[in-house]
Ligand binder design. Structure first.
Ligand SMILES: C[S@@+](CC[C@H](N)C(=O)[O-])C[C@H]1O[C@@H](n2cnc3c(N)ncnc32)[C@H](O)[C@@H]1O
Length: 352
């Protein structure tokens, strides 16, 4: 049999796609295993790779290369052949730091599992029970909020005259409750509530207790329950009902005249982009569904969501005046946000 002729089109392009993706995956697993091995807990002071090898019980040659790679990624500093945490890893990856962010990897592990079994995932139509899914998410979002926009959003609200005069405050889908906890610390005479799903409220209560707060909780479902009435401010941040007209109507009904609806959400552009990352995010969004919140086609969207302009118009037609719109990233450069993340401040100005 003759050897096949070389085709006119090179295989190299496919090879490059595989190689580049695999490199990213290798970085990811180096990072993940360094956290699983609690490497950063042992690198508060300078150590040699031999010492690290015996502490985390891996071969010296592997300890050497992991440390060298981490030093290229700026997670480890190297001096005189000794290694220690860089400032950023000491702050965020060392388990003894109050800013340790390793919980984020619990979620990532869930994602990896989906991706590692992608064929099954795609065929399996995974359903996540909102009541089990969100208690985990809010731990990670709680961390992101503290490192991100918490203090900027709190300052923004604290500077509003309506907040200074407010007596009753409600946060819907508050999860960890940090915004309300922080606002209630500043204004202890405020009667402040966080509404969330029953299983999530169990976690909210733990944070309320941990931070010696008087915030009250309401176990409920923002799609099916009413919120009560007589609120001066209703706040909502990144939750499935954030662009939903029926929920906006309930907010309107629960607010006092002159009261504020402050909502911080990701509002996707009307026209779907097609850069690779956006396509990947939209694909991933559709890999699973939730039981209560029906997902929309694009990431961070849900059934019946309105686009930004239509949402503002809907609020105005309900009887809100839009007082301000902020870009989250302009307000808070530390936030883990995108250019699509906005804060809307709307005032109830009309009775219907
Ligand atoms: C992505 S998290 C956002 C948490 C927090 N607001 C923040 O910005 O960090 C979405 C929140 O909405 C809550 N949530 C989802 N569906 C809900 C529902 N049907 N009723 C009430 N809360 C819900 C979740 O439990 C979770 O706390």
């Amino acid at each position: 049999m003759e050897l096949p002729k070389r085709p006119d089109v090179s295989y190299k392009d496919i090879d490059n796609i595989f190689e580049n993706s695999l490199s990213q995956l290798k970085f990811f697993y180096i990072l993940k295993s360094s956290i699983d091995l609690k490497l950063y807990d042992h690198l508060k002071d300078y150590k040699s790779f031999e010492e690290i090898s015996s502490i985390i019980n891996i071969k010296p040659i592997l300890a050497y290369y992991i440390l060298e790679i981490l030093s290229k990624l700026k997670l480890v500093e190297k001096k005189d052949n000794l290694y220690k945490n860089s400032e950023i890893s000491n702050l965020y990856l060392n388990n003894e730091s109050i800013y340790c962010k390793n919980k984020g990897f619990i979620l990532t592990a869930e994602k990896i599992n989906m991706w590692e079994n992608l064929v099954n995932t795609m065929k399996g139509n995974i359903k996540r029970n909102d009541n089990n899914h969100f208690p985990l998410i809010i731990q990670v979002m709680g961390e992101n909020t503290i490192y991100g926009d918490l203090y900027d959003v709190v300052e923004l609200i604290n500077n509003l005259d309506e907040f200074k005069k407010a007596k009753r405050f409600l946060e819907i889908g508050g999860g960890h409750g940090f915004y309300t906890i922080a606002l209630n610390h500043i204004k202890p005479d405020l009667e402040a509530f966080v509404l969330d799903l029953p299983n999530v409220i169990i976690e909210t209560k733990k944070y309320i207790e941990k931070y010696d707060s008087k915030v009250k909780t309401i176990a409920g479902d923002f799609y099916t329950d009413t919120f009560g009435e007589d609120f001066d401010i209703i706040f909502s941040s990144y939750n499935p009902s954030g662009k939903n007209p029926d929920v906006a109507k309930k907010v309107y009904e629960s607010l006092n005249f002159g009261g504020l609806f402050i909502t911080k959400q990701n509002f996707p552009k009307e026209i779907e982009g097609n850069d690779l990352n956006e396509l990947l995010n939209n694909f991933e969004w559709n890999l699973s569904d939730l039981t209560k919140s029906k997902k929309g086609k694009r990431s961070y969207t849900f059934k019946n969501d309105l686009f930004f302009k239509d949402y503002l118009l809907f609020l105005e037609n309900l009887g809100f005046e839009i007082l301000d719109v902020y870009n989250v990233l302009d307000l808070s450069p530390f936030a883990t946000a995108t250019n699509n993340d906005k804060i809307v401040i709307a005032k109830k100005v009309k009775f219907k």
